[in-house]
Design a protein around this ligand. Structure first.
Ligand code: SAM
Ligand code: SF4
Length: 478
């Protein structure tokens, strides 16, 4: 492929939003005849980094490759095609991938036909693709989040025509249905209900890497869930960067609340969803969650900061008082609900007082779990242009102080389960000890437990909690 045939990412284009409704395409995925058997006697190694949206993309990629008759392997050494499905949300995620790409270069020496690929959110970044072009000549294939369906053609070009292939679309296209999927789980599945994000929080790269918000139709989501039920799946997690926005682009009245209720009515045993933005969490949604036993009492509600001025600069659209009011409403209406959150420290110019307010909201909410991050500037986002007067040592110190508190409450919340019995969806026996099983409670708590009964992955069993740690519970089946 000649250099000027490359289709390179462009962050300005990625930022654009149009009012035009996207098309739902049911027949866009195709495998040209010459590519149909590309994977016969060939193996692929896929490694996915980052969030659940990436995990779900990984399942599509694996599904496409198996349709081409590739076999999935567990180590890069065995593979004819290595693909890293990447995350761009923080710099350390990107550094990990660049390090891995560097270290995998050695495999080209023993296998010159090896195809090395990179896809996912990092591929949507101008700077990263430029680095790959200049410093990683052994990377043969780069594609983005909007053209996974073109993998058969792109891989053929890289593999058979020996052309370095770089194709990244910076504007989302259609919602593409009927892509193959290889589910990595046997009883728990991810289900995309929408793609993209239009919130543009000032620190976040996701709206640029994943494009504008676009929903799948309710019929397509429900049909996928019915298939999963028929295949024996017990739990679905509905995925979107902000699921609360579901259906707005399709003009679906009541949007996510309506979808959630319809999913609950399918009778699937466990329903989870992520992520809900605190800004547009409707009362109708709360009522539906409270009304159905198969919607799990667990809410991931990212707060990001405890200070209203900081939230404003972050572009979060709520004040800390509004967050607290929503939190209280959820806690009072949904029985035994558990909460997790995301928090960023060291946003440009964050003061000690503002950080203290973040500690205050942690004391107030006592989250069951918190994902805590040091702010990482992302090229192309508004926050990356802000002057920052907070030294890295101060940011690190704030993160340590914050984690001390969030871990304390995680442990405290787990302690409260001691002596109680909870329903656990079994994942299977532990790798280390066959007599110990593990699974998750309705509140998404990991439980390791013993049993004298014959159980298997996918069963829902009653477990009495005997001990609590910060990240897990111990118990015995009753
Ligand atoms: N859409 C989801 C939401 O709004 O909660 C999740 C998006 S992101 C993959 C997950 C978390 O990463 C965010 O909630 C935020 O706390 C964190 N994050 C995003 N951009 C970041 C940045 N530039 N630096 C540090 N943390 C960041
Ligand atoms: Fe990023 Fe904000 Fe969108 Fe979440 S809601 S993906 S944090 S821009």
């Amino acid at each position: 492929m000649k250099k000027n045939d490359y289709k390179l990412p462009n962050l300005k284009d990625a930022q654009k939003r149009t009012k035009q409704q996207v098309k739902i395409e049911k027949e866009l995925f195709e495998v040209p005849v010459e590519v149909k058997n590309l994977g016969v006697d060939r193996k692929f190694y896929l490694r996915t980094y980052g969030c659940q949206a990436n995990e779900r993309d990984g399942e599509t990629i694996a599904g496409i490759l198996e349709q081409l008759h590739f076999t999935q392997v567990d180590t890069p050494e065995e593979a004819d095609f290595i693909l890293l499905n990447t995350c761009a949300v923080r710099k350390n995620a990107e550094d990990k991938v660049l390090g891995e790409l560097g270290s995998l270069k050695r495999l080209k020496q023993t296998n010159p036909d090896l195809i090395m690929g990179m896809c996912g959110c990092m591929a949507q970044g101008e700077e990263i693709v430029d680095i790959i072009l200049k410093k990683y000549p052994h990377v043969d294939l780069v594609f983005g989040t909007h053209n996974i369906h073109r993998l058969p053609k792109l891989l053929y070009q890289a593999m058979m025509n020996k052309e370095r292939t770089i194709e990244v679309f910076s504007q989302e296209g259609e919602v593409i249905e009927n892509l193959p999927v290889k589910r990595f789980g046997t009883h728990k599945a991810w289900v995309n209900i929408m793609y993209g994000c239009d919130k543009f929080c000032t620190y976040c790269i996701v709206p640029y890497t994943r494009g504008k918000e676009r929903s799948r139709t309710m019929e397509d989501v429900l049909a996928e869930i019915q298939t999963l039920i028929d295949e024996g799946f017990k739990e679905v997690t509905l995925l979107g960067q902000n699921v609360n926005s579901y259906g707005k682009d399709l003009g679906i009245d009541g949007g996510f609340a309506r979808l959630l209720e319809e999913v609950a009515k399918t009778g699937i045993q466990r329903i989870r969803f992520t992520t809900s933005h605190p800004w547009d969490f409707s009362d109708a949604m709360i009522d539906v969650i409270a009304a159905y036993d198969n919607i799990m009492p667990f809410i991931h509600l990212p707060v990001q900061s405890g200070d209203s001025d900081m939230l404003k600069i972050m572009g979060r659209r709520y004040t800390i008082e509004e967050y607290r009011t929503l939190f209280d409403k959820l806690a009072s209406k949904i029985k035994n609900v558990a909460f997790s959150t995301d928090i960023i420290v060291g946003f440009p110019n964050e003061t000690e007082e503002q950080f203290q307010r973040t500690l205050d909201i942690v004391e107030y909410c006592q989250f069951d779990n918190a994902f805590t991050f040091i702010y990482s500037p992302r090229e192309g986002t508004p926050a990356a242009k802000m002057q920052d007067n907070v030294p890295m040592e101060v940011k690190q110190d704030r993160l340590n102080r914050l984690m001390e508190r969030t871990n304390h409450y995680a442990r405290l919340k787990n302690e409260a389960w001691k002596g109680k019995t909870c329903k656990v969806l079994v994942d299977g026996p532990s790798k280390k000890n066959k007599d110990v099983y593990s699974g998750y409670t309705e509140q998404q708590k990991l439980v390791n437990f013993t049993t004298d009964q014959k159980i298997k992955a996918g069963d829902i069993v009653d477990v009495e909690i005997t001990d609590a740690k910060t990240w897990s519970l111990n118990g015995k089946q009753v």
